[in-house]
Each structure stands twice: as C-alpha cells, then as structure tokens.
Design a protein around this ligand. Structure first.
Ligand SMILES: CC1(C)CN=C(N2CCN(c3ncnc4sc(CCF)cc34)CC2)S1
Length: 501
C-alpha cells in the first residue's frame, strides 16, 4: 500500500488547513505518484464531516453570488473536526481489500497495460457495490470517503473510483478523461483506448464498457468533439480537489471547506496541474471572486486564463470558460462584457449538434437567454441613460449569441429553440433603436461557399424589423464604415428566417 505508508503519521490528526496542505504537498513531492485513494479519503472525510449539518465553529456564508454579499470569514485557519490517521488508514485498507479481493488479475499477469474487459470488470466492481437506489445528484457523493462509508457515488465519483482502483492494482495507463458534463477513462499503451465506466444523466441506459467513439461522432457537446481533459495522476488530484463541494445547503457553504478548496487549488495552480484544466481554473476564479487572496491574480484574470487554456489545448471546444467569465461580468453589472462572453460561448456551441445528452448546457444557455440577458437589458435601459441600448457592438454581441444557438440547432436531430426563446429574443432585439440596428453590417462569410443573398442597403432598413442582412463590402465590396459592426450574412439569414414553432 504505497500511499498510506508513505504518509507521515506525524501530520495527524489533521485539524487545520495547513495540515491538509502538508499531506497534499508530501504526496505531490513524491517519490511515488500521488495516491488518489488516500487523498480522496482525506478530503472526502473533511468535506463530509464539515458539511454534515452538525454545528461547526465558523459561520456559513450565503452563496448568493452578488457583489454586495457580505462575506463573514471567522478566521484564516478555522479548526476542523480532527481527522485521525487510524480512520484514514482503515478506510484505505478497506478500499484496497475490496479492489484486490474482487478482481482476479491472473488472466492479465503478462500484460502491462489494461484491456477493455478488465476496465469493464473494475467498473462492475464499483457499480455493483453501490447502494441500490439513492438520489444520485446529491452533494458530497464524489469521494472515496462517500463510497467507503455509505456505498454512494455520483457520476464523476464512479469514474474517479475506477481510476483509483486501477492505481491500487498497479496500472499506470488508466486515466480519467473529463468533458464539461461527463467522465470516462482512457487506457492502453498509447492511452488511445477509451471506455465508459459510469452513467450519464437521468433515465439514460449506461454505456459502460463501450468506447466513446459514437458520442464523439454524433458531435454532441457531451463529448466535446474529442477534446476532453485527459488526466495524469496530478491532474486527477486536481480533479478531486476541484470536485470538493463546500455546500452546507442550497443557499450556504462551509467557510472551512471553501478555504481548503481554494488553497488546494492554488497549490495545483502553482504546480501547473490545472494549466490544461479550464474548469478547475474557473472554479478557482469563483472562489477568488468571493474571497480574494491577497497577492494573487484577480478572478477576472483567472477566468481569462481558463478561456486561453481552452483555446490553446482544446481547440476552443469548451463552453464553460466563457460562461464562468460571463457570469462574473454579469454579477458585476458589466453587461456589455457579459454579452461578449456569452456570444463567445455561443460561437463554441454552434460547432456542435444538439442531442438529448446535452441538457446541462441547454439549461445553462436557456438561463442566459431567457433570464440573464432580459434582466441585464431591463437594468441597462434605466442606467447610464440607456447608452447600452444605443451601442451597436452590444447589439452585435447579442445577435452573435442568438446566431450561435441557431447554428447549434442546424443539423441537429432535436430542435433547440421554441417560442419560449423567441419572446425574450424579440423583446431584447427590439429594445435597440432602428438607427442602432442599421449600424450593424452583415458581411458575407469569408468561409461562405454560397454568394450572400441580394440585400437592402442599411439606409433603407425599415422600422422595427431586424434589418435584412446587409452587405457593405468585405466580400470584395468597399470597406464598411468604421462605425459599422460586422456580422456574417449567415447570421442574419439564420436569425431572420428562423421559424419559431
Ligand atoms: C460556469 C459554470 C456554470 C459554473 N460551474 C460550472 N461547473 C462546475 C464545476 N464543474 C467541473 N469542475 C471541475 N471538473 C469537472 S469534470 C466535470 C464533468 C463530470 F465529471 C465537471 C467538472 C462543472 C462545471 S460551469
């Protein structure tokens, strides 16, 4: 048992944040690779005891993420309920016993790398040891502490447990693969094999044991067009840190657990373990927005770094980095910036075909389109003497946002937009003066195959209709007026001609 015996007993009982950080540092420094089971038990144990509902020493904070939230931090290092070494050791050995006791490795003794049949077998061991029926979306079900003390895991937790089990079995090729709403494993000599090991969503038959090829081929967001975060042991530690859930209830969070997660994420950040993990950077940004660490980058920089990571390592196929940033701008009344972030998010989703597996991002984009943008427009119309509603760039961001949703729907088996979307859309667009709308030029796509349709020049754009797609140069015509904001002809086509059922 590598991890537990390389653990320095003198660090126990763990009773404050520095002692937990010390455990993670000792695991990160090596010489052996960090022990996933050990770290998941330790951090899961703290999370579960600190959020169990029993009174703790510190004040819970409201999680209503607005700029005015008064944050009550009782002290920098509030004490935990102590986590005893003997408990951690017993749970660790129970996990090792379950895994080694349930998996017969004799058929694989001369194979260095895992094979699909073995991956399915280990997934079955975890799967069949779970409680028959429980509320799968509950909080605090992501760790091995939850698995070992309650036989409950959430979707991510099952995938993580399978990877931790393979580490116990001595395999170094089985690793966690993470999209924005699903997790699976990669394995084999080149890490090129993939396998489902957990379920996804509600009421969907699980595909455990199957490769994820079909999911990628269907171009659904769930499989991020074949650009998931492929973890190594260090990024797997970052994933368990990022999956820490400080929630005490729907509206409050444990101060201690939030501080612990924030400081562990900075440890991951400083070691470069989340450089290629946009969601973990976004998680850190959210924590820094609530409770800025003196001397550290401001959260706005972190949200931008998450976007850069997605563009640099994942071909800009991830949506959440832009919704992390858009949410930040929105909470700080920076509505034009929020509209641009959301338009950028929409430019990502347009690359996909909508499928029934994509509910999570559908709900996220629906909230932006039908709640956040209308609220922003309402506030903007009575602030800065409504200047936002006369800003053609703002109008262009919103058109691009809606256009991305239309593009997402095009070519999909399932429709995205319906009348419930159309009313807020038309309501929002019509809040912009016709004069402003006419300043938005719709230029032919340079990548457009077909020549753009004949269009009315802007001066003749009529009153309350969204001006027909206008071509003012770009594709070989004269250069557009400097005040003109360009959009593609396809965008105009899509928005204008979309029949909302
Ligand atoms: C901008 C947001 C709506 C705020 N929180 C968001 N998330 C919270 C944190 N999330 C995550 N954070 C770190 N790692 C992972 S891996 C994964 C897929 C299931 F395994 C999700 C996820 C998911 C996304 S997106």
């Amino acid at each position: 048992m590598a991890g537990i015996h390389s653990l320095d007993k003198r660090l126990f009982p763990l009773k404050d944040i520095p002692s937990i950080i010390a455990v993670f540092k000792s695991q990160m420094e090596g010489p052996k690779e960090p022990d996933l089971a050990l770290l998941s038990i330790v951090v899961g144990g703290i999370e579960n005891t600190m959020t169990s509902g029993r009174p703790s020493l510190s004040t819970a904070i409201s999680t209503q993420k607005t700029a005015e939230t008064e944050i009550v931090i009782t002290e920098q290092n509030p004490s935990f309920f102590p986590i005893e070494f003997d408990i951690v050791e017993a749970l660790y050995e129970r996990f090792v016993a379950i895994v080694k006791g349930s998996v017969d490795l004799t058929p694989y003794v001369n194979q260095k790398y895992a094979v699909r049949e073995l991956v399915k077998k280990v997934s079955d061991v975890i799967w069949n040891s779970l409680t028959r029926s429980y509320y799968k979306d509950r909080a605090h079900l992501q760790s091995l502490y939850s698995y070992l003390t309650g036989n409950k895991l959430d979707c991510f937790g099952v995938a993580f447990a399978v990877v931790a089990a393979f580490q116990v079995l001595g395999y170094s090729d089985v690793h966690l693969a993470l999209s924005e709403d699903h997790a699976w494993v990669v394995f084999g000599e080149h890490g090129s094999e993939t396998a489902e090991v957990t379920w996804h969503g509600k009421g969907n038959e699980d595909k455990r044991g199957q490769p994820i090829g079909a999911g990628v081929a269907s171009k659904s967001w769930l499989y991020v067009n074949g650009c998931p975060v492929i973890c190594n042991r260090f990024t797997e530690v970052a994933a368990l840190v990022s999956s820490i859930n400080p929630s005490l209830s729907a509206t409050s969070e444990s101060v201690e657990v939030s501080l612990l997660q924030q400081q562990l994420l900075w440890l991951m950040y400083d070691n470069g373990y989340i450089l290629r993990y946009p969601m973990a950077i976004g998680n850190l940004g959210d924590l820094e927005e609530i409770n800025p660490t003196p001397g550290r980058s401001p959260c706005s920089i972190l949200f931008q770094e998450g976007i850069i990571s997605s563009r640099k390592y994942y071909h800009n196929m991830h949506v959440y980095p832009y919704t992390y940033q858009g949410g930040y701008f929105y909470r700080h009344y920076m509505y034009k910036e929020a509209f641009e972030s959301w338009a950028n998010a929409s430019d990502v989703i347009r690359q996909y075909n909508y499928s029934r597996d994509d509910e999570e991002i559908y709900k996220e984009l629906m909230e932006i389109a039908n709640e956040l943008i209308p609220h922003a427009m309402k506030v903007a119309s009575s602030s800065n003497n409504g200047s936002l509603l006369r800003d053609p760039e703002c109008f262009a961001h919103l058109l691009r946002f809606y256009d991305g949703l239309c593009g997402w729907e095009e070519g999909s088996q399932t429709p995205v937009l319906h009348i419930g979307w159309a009313k807020p859309l038309v309501n929002t667009i019509s809040k912009f003066d016709a004069e402003v709308r006419s300043q938005v030029a719709i230029l032919p796509d340079v990548s457009e195959k077909v020549s753009p349709p004949p269009v009315t020049p802007p001066s003749e754009a009529n009153n309350n209709e969204i001006p027909p797609p206008v071509k003012t140069g770009g594709g070989g015509g004269e250069a557009p007026h400097p005040g003109i904001v360009a959009l593609t002809a396809a965008c105009g086509e899509r928005i204008l001609n979309r029949e909302f059922l």
